[in-house]
Write a protein that binds this ligand. Sequence first.
Ligand SMILES: Cc1cc2nc3c(=O)[nH]c(=O)nc-3n(C[C@H](O)[C@H](O)[C@H](O)COP(=O)(O)OP(=O)(O)OC[C@H]3O[C@@H](n4cnc5c(N)ncnc54)[C@H](O)[C@@H]3O)c2cc1C
Length: 321
Amino acid sequence: MIGDGEALIAKLGDRFSGLRGRITPNAEMDKITWFRAGGLAEVLFQPADEEDLAAFLRAVPEEIPVMVVGIGSNLLVRDGGIPGFVVRLSAKGFGEIERVSETRLRAGTAAPDKRLAAAALEANIAGFHFYHGIPGGIGGALRMNAGANGVETRERVVEVRALDRKGDLHVLSNADLGYAYRHSSVPPELIFTSALFEGMPGEHDEIRAAMDAVQHHRETVQPIREKTGGSTFKNPEGSSAWKEIDKAGCRGKMVGGAQMSEMHCNFMINIGNATGYDLETLGETVRARVLENSGIRLHWEIKRLGLFERGREVREFLGGS
Ligand SMILES: Cc1cc2nc3c(=O)[nH]c(=O)nc-3n(C[C@H](O)[C@H](O)[C@H](O)COP(=O)(O)OP(=O)(O)OC[C@H]3O[C@@H](n4cnc5c(N)ncnc54)[C@H](O)[C@@H]3O)c2cc1C
């Protein structure tokens, strides 16, 4: 049962004795996600460093689920919570960014995207300005192939270090990451720990101007100060998600405390005390309306995690069982 994280920790007892990271039972995911909504993680583990994470993964029996979250800017956690372990990398152990050559930077995956953009500016490396406007971390950017302003993560990644569910280390090339629009095909159990990026030689003032333009554009078209998860749905082939949502009459649509933003109608926002149920029901309502209006099946960009609360399940397109 979620809410009994102490029992899970007690069950694993001595296996965890050598770990240096922080273990928190019944962790409130609404304190982590940008939506400020959702249930508990049965146990949250914040490893001290890569070695500590590997030791943790070796210690957790294979049948107990382990999943990783980043800064939480692309997550909808369901109200029934997340069973097993949620791993969140700490800035202390995984937040370093270093310049390794004239055009290359290595970044820990807990570093915010904005810090990578700032480090590239400082090193006069062009091609990272788009990260200045994305509020997530490098781990999430690698997983989501985050992109903006015509550039995507896949255009900058050289290689990524990752641990698998058994704690074994893998070094993945760009091709191994299997990138497509807002998608990587690597198995979800891989936890990225750091990545090597490459840009181009650049001029400080030009890079600064590109970053300022990114920020200015965001402030005028996106509700960036709201409790949101960014773009709710991926753009469908040949159109934009927001256009389809607008045409289906869903701009400003509300369910409980959740609303499709009036400012940018592909952004879902928590306008008060939205639950995970409100947010997901609103999302599926929009999908159903768009399907009915234009025949397009929108796909979630936001990652939905965890279990529904009993009796409050949300069906795809609000369909029957
Ligand atoms: C206001 C706003 C604007 C946004 N604008 C953009 C935009 O322009 N472009 C864009 O692409 N996105 C945008 N986003 C979405 C989001 O910021 C990105 O997807 C970001 O890359 C997610 O990073 P995160 O650290 O928050 O990841 P999370 O939301 O915490 O997690 C997202 C996914 O990444 C996985 N993950 C996280 N860390 C790791 C790791 N270390 N190893 C393996 N998997 C990991 C998680 O399991 C999950 O599947 C926006 C969001 C907001 C709130």
